[in-house]
Design a protein. Structure first.
Length: 256
């Protein structure tokens, strides 16, 4: 049996965004994403919400409807500098507060300052996070090896040019590709690049071969696909997860 995994609805490319810190500029950014039908993840510091220049707790659930809300540490502390109890509190309390504000189950995270080490990684795994994004850009569109040390494709400033063309022109038959763009919404204001971001989003939108997804939906899909059960001789396959998996089996499109 030949088996080729596809993304949902038999798409071959995926696009996701990841934006940190929860400043008020997220409001303008999410409006752009919504206008172009793109999906994103917003990593928030619960301890800075309701302070000047940051989003309000009461607005985040509605503002990010259709997008993912994820953790970034209560107070944006350097994770690697924290004593163990404080490290646990920095991320677990962030999760508790964001869940209480939104009524959601929150399992995503990004490393404040992009800082992590083996201890931080193990702590986040223990706290139940499904993934944590780094700032170590890959410069390509590979499916991540390890979600708990998730390397994005690039920062948005590096996405506007040649890389976006490379993604759109990747032949669909080659492999699953993922374009993962990260940044901070305040950078568009500070660097006067709102127009560039808007043009980029428009360019990436409305593509039949692209799955527009949040970070966590991507993780859950890939984990479900990696968890498929195959018989030893490869002639049978079963999906025990609640997530439909799209594949081409012996050249035929199948939903497992
Ligand atoms: Zn940050």
């Amino acid at each position: 049996m030949s088996f080729r995994l596809c993304y949902p609805e038999f798409k071959n490319k995926a696009l996701t965004f990841s934006y940190d810190d929860g400043q008020i500029f997220d409001r303008r950014l999410v409006e752009i994403f919504n206008r172009f039908g793109l999906k994103a993840t917003f990593h928030l510091n619960s301890g800075t919400l309701d302070t000047e220049g940051f989003l309000k707790k009461e607005e985040i659930a509605a503002l990010f409807e259709g997008h993912e809300i994820a953790c970034h540490g209560v107070l944006h502390e350097f994770p690697t500098h924290l004593a163990q109890e404080r490290l646990v509190q920095e991320f677990y309390q962030d999760r508790l507060t964001l869940e209480a504000c939104t009524g959601r189950i929150i399992r995503g995270c990004s490393y404040a300052y992009g800082e992590y080490d083996a201890r931080v990684v193990n702590t986040l795994k223990t706290l139940g996070f499904a993934y944590c994004r780094t700032v170590d850009s890959l410069g390509n569109f590979r499916v991540p090896e390890e979600f708990i040390r998730w390397r994005p494709s690039c920062h948005h400033n590096d996405a506007f040019g040649e890389l976006s063309d490379r993604f759109l022109n990747t032949p669909g038959f080659s492999r699953l590709s993922l374009f993962y763009v990260w940044g901070h919404s305040f950078e568009f204001d500070r660097e006067n690049t709102w127009d560039k971001m808007e043009a980029f989003c428009e360019k990436m939108s409305g593509r039949d071969d692209v799955w527009y997804t949040t970070n966590i939906d991507y993780v859950d899909y890939i984990n479900a696909a990696r968890g498929l059960l195959f018989s030893a001789d490869g002639t049978q396959v079963r999906n025990l997860s609640a997530i439909p998996i799209y594949a081409e089996i012996d050249g035929e499109r199948r939903i497992l």
